[in-house]
Design a binder for this molecule. Sequence first.
Ligand SMILES: [Zn+2]
Length: 126
Amino acid sequence: MEDGRPVCSTEFRCVGCGYDLSGSTVGGSCPECGKPIGESLRARQDGAKSCGQATACMVVGILSLTVCALAGPVAIWLYANSKKEMAVGGYSRGSHTMAKAGLSMGIISMALLGLMILWAILGEAV
Ligand SMILES: [Zn+2]
């Protein structure tokens, strides 16, 4: 691991305090608690835990798009929960990706639902 190399990650947090280390360099240390960034990086690599809420978020997100748009708000709620859970760090990149995918699908399904409601209202009015 070369020192000074930027950590390329959108979601990367200190294992000590949860401070967002995005854009920090591998050789540096956490500006909040002083823990070496390399330590957080290792913890993230070995202990890449998966977050159940993030998985659920993606599943519900898919359901909201395919089965029932009413699942959209649930996907958004699960995203908020998983974000809180994963804020401590040590979670796999896959979990973050799944949570974000679930959120996007939840938002899309909500937007589609909104359009359908609008369409129904306008249809009634004509
Ligand atoms: Zn820290």
